[in-house]
Design a protein around this ligand. Structure first.
Ligand code: GAL
Length: 445
């Protein structure tokens, strides 16, 4: 739907509301209804003046099956079940952090013309450069209008979920990617301060390593891509980091080279079994006291809470080294599939996902802050309160791993380059592959 059409539809809605207010005649009963089928004495106003309850089935696709994540989703499903008791919720979540497995399954289903009604997609290039570009999701302008969401969703988020005047998803949260989680007891026992720069971080990890402590906990490959984006940010700063995605920072520059070397150094402090660990396994090493640091998005906090860990005692947090004052964000959002089997039930789900009640149930458990600006902040714990302050006051940049700054094909090329680098450790080849990935994305000429 283009802008004009959207404007026209809004006018139509207003006109029909005005007509209703003027006491427009009720819609006549459908012709051909035999009078004999009317119940005797049915002269009162038919119950049909009440909107029929939404029924049917909604299949919702995500990757929230694991620690912290499933519980958040369940909390929102609870609100949905209360609001729409006649709609069956089919939870089609596929396990695997960051959607690495789920998104492959989703792509296969979309290709086969078998979409779930709604799925989780990241605001930004993942949404616009992948699903919108592929004509796989429907515009939601009328729903935004009806629910008044433009007044309660952050203005800065709307462009990241819009194309050609259409809005394409319902954001449920804001997550922060650049968080350094640490074990306060392990740091104190080794007289290590929380590092704020990359050099301080490496000095701290040297000291920990010398004391026989595992400095850094890492998991499977996507957690390394996640670490990589935070090291790029911490080394380059917000402006030059942003420039990587619009062609104004040269991927072949000496500054990027330093970032790649920093990344290689950071990797050298990681556990040797990282490839076989999930993000939960890796972050748990920190709260268990088996490692000092972990770089992970703040869904880790949802997991720590689920494990019964206490903020500032079992875990502490800081911006990843070099990125204080910068909030590297991502936003989970839900879409309406083109060809959704049950668009009405899907719309009911989207209404809950965008509602205050739905977001207040979901986010304190998930470890994220509301996308909506009107949630009750007292529902959130200490970490999330600090994330709210930072979201409001920091410079905001987008995450690579979680879909904000690069579309799927560019991200996949970067991830392939990373995979080769993890195998051969060759910084020259890594940088050349990153230069090539930017060129083939069209962002760097
Ligand atoms: C991200 C997603 C988060 C969290 C994380 C780990 O991509 O946005 O909500 O689920 O993956 O699985």
């Amino acid at each position: 739907m283009n802008k004009k059409l959207f404007g026209l539809l809004s006018l139509l809605v207003i006109a029909s509301l005005a007509l209703a207010a003027c006491g427009a005649p009720p819609t006549p009963a459908p012709t051909g209804t035999p009078a004999a089928t009317e119940a005797p004495g049915a002269t009162e106003a038919p119950a049909a003046t009440e909107a029929p309850a939404t029924a049917g089935q909604v299949e919702v696709f995500s990757w929230w099956t694991g620690g912290g994540e499933a519980a958040g989703l369940e909390a929102m499903i609870g609100v949905f079940a209360e609001d729409y008791p006649d709609v069956e919720f089919i939870n089609a979540a596929v396990a695997g952090g960051a959607g690495t497995n789920a998104r492959a399954v989703l792509a296969t289903r979309l290709q086969a013309g078998d979409p779930p009604d709604s799925w989780q997609g990241h605001a930004g290039q993942e949404l616009i450069g992948t699903y919108v570009a592929g004509s796989q999701i429907e515009p939601l302008n009328d729903l935004y209008e009806a629910e008044g969401w433009l007044a309660v969703m952050p203005e800065t988020l709307i462009p990241l979920i819009s194309a050609d005047g259409n809005i394409y998803s319902v954001p449920v949260n804001i997550h922060r990617a650049n968080v350094l989680w640490y074990n306060p007891t392990v740091l104190a026992a080794n007289e290590v301060e929380v590092p704020t720069t990359i050099d301080e971080w490496f000095a701290a990890m040297n000291k920990l390593q010398a004391a026989g402590v595992q400095p850094l906990a890492l998991g499977e490959q996507w957690t390394k891509l996640h670490l990589f984006e935070t090291v790029l940010l911490g080394t380059l700063g917000a402006d030059a980091y942003n420039g990587l995605w619009d062609g104004s920072t040269n991927w072949g520059s000496p500054e990027v080279r330093i970032a790649l070397e920093n990344f290689a150094t950071a990797l050298s402090y990681a556990n040797s079994d990282s490839a076989s660990l999930t993000w939960q396994d890796a972050s748990q090493l920190v709260v268990n006291g088996d490692a000092a640091f972990n770089v992970m998005g703040d869904w880790a906090e949802g997991y720590f809470r689920e494990l019964g860990m206490a903020p500032n005692t079992d875990y502490g947090w800081a911006a990843t080294p070099g990125s204080d004052g910068v909030f590297q964000f991502l936003s989970d959002s839900f879409v309406l599939a083109v060809g959704a089997p049950d668009p009405e039930a899907a719309t009911a789900w989207l209404k809950v996902a965008g509602s205050k009640e739905g977001q207040e149930a979901f986010n304190p458990v998930k470890g994220s802050i509301c996308a909506r600006t009107d949630c009750d902040t007292s529902l959130f714990g200490e970490y999330l309160q600090s994330a709210m302050d930072d979201w409001a006051s920091n410079i905001v940049v987008g995450s690579l791993t979680h879909g904000v700054v690069a579309n799927d094909s560019w991200k996949t090329e970067i991830d392939t380059a990373l995979g080769l680098f993890l195998a051969d450790g060759n910084v020259d080849n890594f940088q050349a592959a990153l230069v090539a990935a930017c060129a083939s994305s069209g962002a760097c000429q």
